[in-house]
Design a protein around this ligand. Structure first.
Ligand code: COA
Length: 172
């Protein structure tokens, strides 16, 4: 499937992350170490950005993975990781939505989500799924406020932490 141009977001420019932007992504991830520690128990490692670009479920083609950056006048301010047609056709999976700490609560995450919904729909995506760790209730409120509904729970086994998570879905 061809990939349409990324959508327009008020106050930010979206682009796929590659090349020199990988270093900017690493800086953003390190500025967001609060989130990484909350969900994994440790701060991001020195190759976290590179890992984010290439980590994908087994047999999921990298052409169906998108790591998108949102640049504002403050530089790279947010990032989103999306998997197309995962775990099944017409379902997309959001692995990460992260806004720089000083930019949170100003609507950027909501505007990115709204824009990406139409972009996903234009690629025959009919639902968007994600998980939220139980220790991140503010994020759960964010997703519920945007219409996601709970479709289950799961246990996420990480190297240093075992998380209880809620599985959420938004029908597009
Ligand atoms: C969740 C997140 C992506 C939302 O992006 P954003 O740009 O802050 O989004 P908006 O400004 O559109 O919405 C803000 C809402 O997000 C929620 N939120 C979640 N975590 C937040 C945080 N650390 N700071 C501020 N708001 C947060 C709040 O419910 C807030 O609602 P409120 O304004 O009624 O308090 C962003 O806050 C973030 O990066 N949080 C840390 C990472 C994270 O938890 N990501 C989600 C993983 S499932």
């Amino acid at each position: 499937m061809t990939t349409p141009d990324l959508p327009v977001v008020e106050g930010a420019q979206l682009a796929l992350i590659s090349g020199s932007a990988v270093e900017e992504l690493q800086v953003l991830l390190e500025r967001c170490e609060d989130f990484e520690i909350l969900v994994t128990g440790h701060p991001p490692g020195p190759y976290a950005a590179q890992a984010l670009l290439i980590d994908a479920p087994p047999e999921h083609p990298l052409r169906d993975k998108f790591v998108i950056g949102a640049w504002t006048d403050q530089g790279l301010t947010a990032t989103v990781e999306l998997l197309r047609d995962f775990p099944e056709r017409h379902v997309w999976y959001l692995g990460l939505l992260l806004t720089a700490p000083e930019a949170r609560g100003q609507g950027l995450g909501s505007r990115i989500l709204a824009a990406l919904k139409s972009w996903i729909l234009s690629q025959e995506g009919r639902a968007l799924r994600l998980i939220v760790q139980d220790q991140n209730p503010a994020a759960l409120r964010f997703w519920i406020r945007h219409g996601f509904i709970e479709i289950g729970t799961a246990t996420q086994e990480l190297m240093d932490l075992t998380n209880q998570v809620t599985r959420l879905e938004l029908k597009l």
